[in-house]
Design a protein around this ligand. Sequence first.
Ligand code: SF4
Length: 480
Amino acid sequence: MIKSYDNLPHKPHDECGVFGFYNNDNFDLPALTRDALYGLQHRGQESAGLTIIKDGEPYTVKDLGIVSNVMTDKALSKLPRDGKISVGHVRYTTLDYLERAATQPLVMRYIEGSLALAHNGSITNFAEIRSELEKGGSIFQSNSHAEIIGYKIATNRIEKDNFMEAVQRTMDDLKGAYSMVISSPSKLYGVRDPHGFKPLCLGKIQNSYIIASESCVIDTLGGEFIRDVEPGEVVAIDENGITSYHSMTEKITSLCLFEYVYLARPDSVIDGVNVNEARQKAGRILFEENPIDADIVCGVPDSGLDAAQGYAEASGITYATAFIKNKYIGRTSDGVGNDKKQKLLRMRLNVIRNIVDGKRVVIIDDSIIHGNTSAHIVKLLKEAGAKEVHMRISSPEFVYPCYFGVDLPDENNLISNKLSVDELRDKIGADSLSFLSIEGLHKIAEGCKIRLCDGCFSGIYYADLPKIIYEDKFANKIKK
Ligand code: SF4
């Protein structure tokens, strides 16, 4: 299946959301896991899946599509409701085609039993590990990074005394970004890479335990937040509670700063920083760095709204809702290329004309990748009668790629690599344009318990970059 999102306005995407539950009560595990995955849907809309472990046996529902399409009542009715462990996953892929075989949780049966694995991130030595395993005779169903991790754990388990040691041994081999939930037949594990690129947290509801990419899921389930899983930590959960193991912690951790700007839900708290507050702070700093005289401040829904409130608060300029976003658009029938893109943009965002007519408007968005969406937004505002449009971006310019699981185009396709800010302002048709500084970006996450990654803005990465880029010889053949 060809990816259907190519023609939508481009925003960087995270690759996945992960969830795990250890049931020490009598929760209906399939229903609870589906509810949890609704809370992670923003982290991936291309496939969804859950595995229930009952008496050591895995039962799985997964497919391409969003949670509500995959986890229908009918599909979940085939799963045991009284399982002990669940593992859930939502996926976004950077590949330009979708692989059903790569949907997660990945379930494997090996000599010591079965495991279910859900992964968020990107393994930067994927090509080397895949090649080593292939030379050893391993056969793969997909290009999923989860699959090589699963193979590594399964093979390491043969040599190690227990599953925990196999996971820790596997972490020694992996480089890059990984926050994972894994089940063995009897335990649930949460794993965060030593750099802490991706968030992962722990919660509790009654006597049962939750592991999730974001704390908003714990709130959704009515549970209480316990703490973040630390970089380099593995937590093992069974009926006796949580046991923590610190495999390794990098001296320089690298939590993705873009989680605070765009990727995470605003009602989540990540490593001690409230995402909503971080975005409002970005707006306040944006005004301090780039003030302008105007009549109203508006945000591009959804992730520009909090920063717009911050900008309005700091500037004293009236905050207003200028755009209505239609969240229910899937495919459209006619138009190709730019025509179709324009049509989708127009269907997705509409301006409330009387709010902006005759006004000097400050419009806040979270990022600019290609510039086309920004140009469209400015055009919509001007067509609706805005006298001036001043665009403010609540992140710095994207000028370098991400190697750690966020789907950014390569350097050649990032507009800020081709145009200066003034040239970009002219291209999008705004009266002024400015970005948050890198220093300002770090200030939005002040109080964060770990150090932050700003690699795609600064070009400085505190982790090993891929040495070999994996090329799938069969990719073109399996496109349909
Ligand atoms: S390079 Fe950018 S998008 Fe990637 S992890 Fe770092 S801050 Fe996040």
